[in-house]
Design a protein around this ligand. Structure first.
Ligand code: RIB
Ligand code: CA
Length: 306
């Protein structure tokens, strides 16, 4: 099977750690680069978390630093959800700094795409800042992007504002640049996380999946998120699922535009499924996933990661 070359832009982040772990051990994927960006916590911490996670997993994928803050707005913070470190709940080993590439995300992403003999897939599970910078600096690369899978946005209610989801609200202008980029996009909105919540029973199954399952269990039980369900909502893992098992989802085409102007809905992802704006769809949005199918899938995916 030809492995899909993948670049991950991420703000680890507890749910990021689950998605990154699944991607690193998936037979179908060839992770080429992990670009840590500001997001749940500062870049300094997300970068360390990406390095520490790989050191724990004993993987050797290059890690590069991305942006320290959004393009325009002030940075926001989700340490109340992910802990002060951004990946609370487990005593990770010291980071293997040899994995750290010099330079910054956009040029490192360009190097991977330029060298690749096949199209490259992108997964964005944090704010869009770095992929927006990459799209602006290397527009000729975009023809070599297979697809971009994004965890972000909400069809309805947000988790950072009444209508704003954290990743899109974190850098609304960057999110708009990415949605306008013209590359094929799949979106995992908040609603998929609400539908595919992880029960205590599934958490206990994860716990006994070797050293990695034990680590993921301990960080997941330290994820203090206000959820709509009575389980854990591992949003970023829904994006990883789109890469590895898209048939789990029902997708609907939508034209997505980000509110970058209004004081109360700044960062809202307006998802037009009914052609109200008369604009062609720029994304396939995951609108439905079965909770048991997803839970069974995530168990199998984590089983690979040992
Ligand atoms: O709104 C959920 C998203 O915001 C997830 O990617 C989580 O890690 C935070 O970055
Ligand atoms: Ca994230």
């Amino acid at each position: 099977m030809t492995k899909k070359p993948l670049i991950i832009s991420t703000d680890p982040g507890i749910d990021d750690a689950v998605a990154i772990t699944i991607a690193l051990f998936a037979q179908e994927l060839d992770v080429k680069l992990i670009a840590a960006t500001w997001g749940n916590v500062t870049l300094e911490k997300t970068l360390q978390n990406a390095l520490k996670l790989e050191t724990f997993l004993q993987t050797k994928i290059p890690v590069v630093a991305g942006a320290t803050r959004p393009l325009l707005r002030a940075a926001i913070d989700a340490s109340s959800v992910h802990g002060k470190s951004g990946m609370a709940g487990y005593d990770f080993p010291e980071a293997d700094e040899s994995l750290l590439l010099p330079g910054l995300a956009a040029s490192a992403i360009h190097e991977v795409v330029a060298k690749s003999s096949t199209k490259v897939t992108l997964m964005q599970i944090g704010p869009a800042t770095d992929f927006a910078l990459y799209f602006r600096q290397y527009p000729d690369d975009l023809a070599k992007i297979e697809e971009l899978v994004i965890m972000g946005g909400a069809i309805g209610r947000g988790n950072w504002g009444p209508y704003s989801e954290y990743n899109v609200a974190g850098d609304p202008e960057a999110a708009q640049i990415v949605f306008d980029g013209g590359v094929p996009i799949k979106v995992a909105p908040l609603e998929l996380g609400h539908q595919a919540f992880i029960t205590q029973e599934t958490l206990q199954k994860i716990k006994v999946l070797g050293k990695t399952g034990d680590m993921l269990y301990h960080i997941l039980t330290n994820l203090h998120d206000e959820t709509e369900s009575d389980g854990r909502e591992i949003y970023d893992a829904l994006a990883a699922g789109m890469l590895l098992n898209p048939k789990m989802y029902t997708f609907k085409p939508a034209y997505i535009v980000v509110d970058t102007k209004s004081p109360h809905a700044y960062g809202a992802s307006i998802m037009d499924f009914n052609n109200f704006f008369g604009k062609p769809a720029n994304a396939q949005v995951g609108v439905k996933v079965d909770q048991k199918v997803f839970s069974d899938w995530i168990i199998q995916a984590i089983k690979q990661a040992n």
